[in-house]
Ligand binder design. Structure first.
Ligand code: HEC
Ligand code: HEC
Length: 458
């Protein structure tokens, strides 16, 4: 335990310590490091090693360690029955839970078949699921010879065999196991604390996401809201087309949900850290009340994510609608007009991502992480957030967080046809979607089943 940790814990009387410190050796033991760049931005903290140790201790108190991550649960959250340590699990609807069970049944089909056959010795240890295996082993230790005996005397219908199968089917990894999966699958790109600075990162363009500022590009949300759980899971399933970010579809739904939980923990940790660094005052030290305030503020933003969903109530226009050609023409006018959407300034006259402002305005050529970025070449038909009409709609509506690509809904424009000043509407955005799609397709494409399901048909 960090020796400064008790200082914070003593002061923060209203914070209940949820995580016990248990250590178990792993192959490479990961440690969270402090956000060096953010620390350098506050001279007072940069010169104060002691205060930096306090900060490490405070963060460890709130979020645990890289091998045993865990949130401190605030008393208010208890009253509201909100437990961040089981965040994604409680967000699952009944339908999603059924899908998760189905996915587990497939992932662990070999194990489940062996249990069904009553041959417990033949059940193989699954990979990346230490907690599942431990639970199974403890049940096996008590298993009767006849697996058809009831598991619980009060419920004669539920046999020991049913229970053993349910352990696999209802599996949702704990945070420790997920941190280990992250170490094996994500760490080399995203880094231990999600700083986007793993050993492979320098070779990649775009760079792996630095989660710590809490900015995520690909959400279905407006107002720069934090991603929903579903947005993160989607990224893990699909990967990000034409970047190094792979698809992790080979893992079960439960594992992907738990990884999304872990990305969220790292982001919340990183954002809390950045706030504490900005607020640091050497006369006050690390103030526990401020720590709790910042922590709660960041978590609340994440809890509010779904409030910012971009919903479209009307019928989503289809590329085979009779007015598709008119939409393309109107979309082109909006795209080209300097006083309307002015996409041309970045994406260029032909959509090749070579607009003037990229050459003249450094802000339009740099992302929030300080890396160079180019407007997309729209003639190549690369849509990293998905190519369904609603996906492209959401991108144009809300822009891409952390990049120069702006939010367009509500933007003040001069209507290219009537020359009147007005705000950009949902319908304008659909027109732009149609035009953008026409840049990479010879003709408006007929809406297909695969697109409906968001399976990028690259
Ligand atoms: C080979 C390198 C690599 C690996 C391995 C990798 N990523 Fe990524 N990841 C990237 C890159 C590159 C991006 C940024 C893409 C972009 O900016 O469009 C990214 C972006 C992301 C994002 C941000 C999406 C958004 O909306 O901004 C999340 C979340 C993410 N990765 C999670 C993970 C998780 C979890 C794992 C492990 C299961 C993982 N990544 C493994 C390279 C990687
Ligand atoms: C200030 C510059 C700028 C303006 C203005 C701009 N964009 Fe972009 N756009 C970008 C950048 C940069 C990216 C690439 C972001 C990335 O790679 O993460 C991008 C990406 C895109 C994408 C790809 C989305 C995806 O899912 O991958 C589309 C589509 C797009 N822009 C359409 C438009 C349209 C339509 C307009 C006008 C309504 C517009 N952009 C205005 C800079 C701009």
């Amino acid at each position: 335990m960090n020796r400064n940790r008790h200082l914070v814990a003593l002061g923060a009387a209203s914070i209940a310590l949820a995580a016990a410190c248990q250590f178990e050796p792993t192959i490479v033991e990961l440690h969270y490091s402090l956000n060096e760049e953010a620390i350098q931005s506050n001279n007072l903290l940069a010169d104060d090693k002691n205060a930096q140790e306090h900060l490490s201790g405070a963060l460890e108190f709130l979020f645990g360690t890289a091998t045993n991550p865990s949130y401190v649960v605030l008393p208010d959250w208890r009253d509201e029955e909100f437990d961040p340590n089981n965040w994604g699990y409680y967000l699952l609807s009944d339908e999603e839970f059924d899908a998760l069970k189905e996915s587990n049944a497939w992932t662990y089909r070999v194990q489940i078949a062996a249990i069904e056959a009553g041959d417990l010795d033949a059940v193989e240890e699954p990979r990346y699921a230490g907690d599942l295996w431990a639970r199974f082993q403890s049940l096996v230790a008590d298993a009767p010879d006849d697996l058809d005996e009831p598991f619980d005397e009060d419920d004669p219908e539920w046999s020991y065999r049913d229970e053993l199968i349910a352990v696999f089917e209802s599996y949702y990894p704990n945070q420790r196991t997920t941190a280990d999966l992250y170490r094996q699958q994500c760490f080399h790109c995203h880094g231990a604390e999600g700083g986007g600075n793993g050993s492979t990162a320098d070779f990649l363009n775009p760079r792996p996401r630095d989660y710590r500022p809490g900015t995520f590009k690909f959400t279905a949300l407006k107002d720069k809201a934090k991603p929903r759980h579903a947005d993160l899971v989607r990224i893990l399933k699909e990967g990000i087309y034409t970047t190094a970010m792979p698809s992790f579809r080979r893992f079960s739904d439960a594992q992907l949900n738990a990884l999304a939980d872990y990305v969220r923990l790292l982001a919340i940790r990183g954002e809390t850290e950045i706030l504490m660094i900005a607020d640091f005052d050497p006369d006050e030290g690390m103030v526990p009340e401020l720590l709790q305030e910042n922590y709660e503020l960041v978590v609340d933003r994440w809890r509010a994510a779904s409030d910012s969903m971009i919903e479209y109530d009307g019928d989503v226009p289809r590329y085979d609608d009779h007015d598709a050609a008119e939409r393309i023409t109107r979309g082109e006018e909006l795209y080209l007009s300097e006083k309307a959407a002015n996409c041309v300034k970045c994406h260029g006259l032909e959509g090749r991502g070579d607009g003037e402002s990229v050459k003249n305005n450094p802000d339009d050529a740099t992302d929030d992480w300080g890396d160079p970025i180019k407007p997309r070449d729209l003639t190549r038909g690369v849509f990293r957030f998905g190519r369904r009409p609603i996906d492209i709609y959401r991108r144009i509506y809300a822009g891409i967080n952390g990049t120069p690509m702006p939010e367009h809904f509500g933007m003040q424009i001069i209507d290219p046809e009537t020359a009147e000043t007005r705000n950009m509407t949902e319908d304008d955005i659909w027109d732009l979607v149609f035009f953008v799609r026409s840049l990479s397709d010879e003709k408006p494409v007929v809406h297909t089943e695969t697109e409906e399901h968001g399976e990028a048909s690259h």
